[in-house]
Design a protein around this ligand. Structure first.
Ligand SMILES: Nc1ncnc2c1ncn2[C@@H]1O[C@H](COP(=O)(O)OP(=O)(O)O)[C@@H](O)[C@H]1O
Ligand SMILES: [Mg+2]
Length: 505
């Protein structure tokens, strides 16, 4: 038996107030695709950061290819041929693809000049071998997320790594890009590379992984062979209790029309319309879903409603009143709650505390302010109520900084804040993207509960499963316009797929 490529034995890592890794064990065979599965905050990124030399463990042993090693810096990891693709890419945006790949290990010719020719040849060769299609001369800022990820992979392969770590590689990808990545994984494996990838998505584990190790609250739960494993069982081991994949909901009882968009046109970045003559309407007590592939105008639609993008023509009517030109604060106060697509950029003030984030939209009002001063007792008790109602895990309670929360808990903070405003219209843009099963289940139940209270809900999602499970009516968006609207009971995956392509209406 050859030694495993990676052995992490009894790894412990303690952060102030939390044991992120508690005697964790992980063993990965040479040439296998090994998934690391766990809810947000389970300790997956910490464990991989230790393997890559970003954190020093408080205890435990690491063996690489059978030999005990000390990995103190990413350079130590690289010397051991370990490479990591981080959740948020680390590329220089105004550099080209090739420049990014060779950055830090540039080869020089005999005169000491940068030898770009040789580098380009090598990159072309790697890209051919592993099926990593990139445009070597393009600037990072101009290429898709999928291609940026391929650049990150090439960067690692260029440094001869044969153990590749991926932290949530599919979180930012479209379904099509995910399929492409899983094919790349198989190519890498065929060439003898060892892969560890972090994910929440059971489907991806089934599609790509040989074995899977499950972490829960900092502890190793088990390692299983994927071929024989049942999805429900994996999900239950991950969250530590039974999970309900089906959403129980009663038929909708729609009321009056709350929200209407008429012939909305919004310009995109390159002088072409991002939204063209888009119309839709949402009634009280219904969930209206917008299905579509990423990049077809979904971001511009929510941005235009929120007031972040100027509109060229058309109206946006909330309870009959046109808000298309209203100021952002006026829109917030007129009865729109919005969980934005980009949680970090538009949803939270990451350096602020949880209690402050929970009053971002109403801090000027009583009881949170008086005579222009914030009243912290009221702010803190408000936060305590929402933290317990929404089951937010914040180690330091209301005083926890937003940036210290896991993704699922950050999203719960945003949703709690928006629902707390009792909006007539609740807009959910990719509400569960990148979240774990437990958080998804909670947020889904909550969305249905808000519908049942009579709110109008507009759900924008790339996840067709989510759309089909939650919505009462489903619209498809393609190239900035609505290509069809159907009642949910008449919809299935194939029909929606065809509507996205504009085939039926
Ligand atoms: N640099 C850090 N400082 C303090 N706490 C951290 C730090 N990084 C992670 N944590 C905490 O450790 C726990 C595990 O985090 P992480 O490894 O990122 O989880 P996962 O990747 O499984 O979502 C979480 O509770 C997180 O808040
Ligand atoms: Mg993580």
């Amino acid at each position: 038996m050859p030694a495993p490529a990676i052995e992490m034995i009894n790894i412990t890592k303690i952060f102030p107030g939390i044991v992120a890794n508690d005697n964790v064990c992980l063993s990965v065979e040479e040439g296998e695709i090994h998934a690391l599965l766990g809810e947000n905050g389970a300790g997956k990124s910490t464990l991989m950061s230790i393997l890559f030399g970003l954190y020093e463990p408080d205890g435990g042993t690491i063996k690489i290819r059978g030999a005990e090693v000390a990995i103190r810096t990413p350079n130590d990891a690289s010397a051991l041929k370990i490479g990591m693709v981080h959740q948020h890419f680390k590329l220089v945006h105004n550099f080209t693809v090739t420049e990014n790949i060779i950055l830090g290990c540039e080869s020089r010719d005999k005169f000491g000049c940068l030898d770009l020719k040789t580098a380009e040849k090598r990159v072309a060769q790697l890209s051919e071998t592993y099926g990593l299609a990139v445009d070597p001369k393009a600037r990072i800022e101009n290429i898709t997320v999928g291609m940026q990820q391929r650049v990150e992979i090439l960067k690692i392969l260029y440094r001869n790594a044969d153990i590749l770590i991926f932290d949530e590689p599919t979180a930012a990808l479209t379904p099509q890009e995910i399929d492409e990545l899983l094919i790349i994984f198989r190519k890498l494996k065929a060439e003898g590379t060892t892969i560890v990838f972090i994910t929440h998505k059971l489907r991806e584990i089934k599609a790509a992984a040989d074995r899977c190790t499950i972490l829960r609250r900092g502890k190793t739960i088990c390692t299983v062979t994927v071929a024989g494993a049942d999805e429900r069982e994996l999900a239950e081991k991950m969250v530590g209790r039974a999970v309900n994949f089906r959403i129980d909901k009663k038929p909708a009882v729609p009321g009056d029309e709350i929200f209407r968009i008429e012939n909305l046109t919004v310009m995109g970045g390159k002088g072409v319309p991002a939204l063209r003559d888009l119309s839709l309407s949402v009634r009280a007590g219904e969930i209206f879903g917008i299905a579509g592939i990423d990049g077809n105008g979904q971001s511009e639609l929510t941005a235009a409603i929120a007031g972040l993008l100027p509109i060229k023509s058309g109206c946006i009517l909330l309870k009959g009143k046109d808000i298309a030109k209203a100021r952002i604060r006026a829109r917030n106060e007129s009865g729109i709650g919005l969980a934005p697509e980009d949680r970090h950029k538009h949803g939270l003030a990451l350096d602020f505390r949880v209690d402050e984030n929970l009053i971002l939209k109403n801090f000027r009002k009583a009881p949170y302010s008086r005579f222009g001063f914030l009243r912290f007792p009221a702010i803190i008790s408000h936060a305590q109520t929402l933290i317990s109602e929404f089951d937010v895990r914040a180690s330091n309670g209301p005083a926890t900084l937003a940036k210290a929360l896991s993704g699922g808990n950050q999203q719960k903070i945003i949703i709690a804040r928006e629902i707390d405003l009792s909006p007539d219209l609740l807009i959910m843009a990719q509400p569960t993207r990148g979240l774990d099963v437990g958080a998804i289940e909670y947020i889904h139940r909550r969305i249905v509960a808000e519908r049942d209270k009579g709110r109008a809900v507009l759900l924008v999602s790339f996840e067709l499963d989510e759309i089909l499970a939650l919505c009462d009516r489903i619209a498809t968006i393609s190239k900035g316009t609505i290509t069809g609207i159907v009642p949910a009971q008449d919809a299935d995956e194939r029909k929606i797929g065809a509507m996205m392509g504009g085939l039926t209406a």
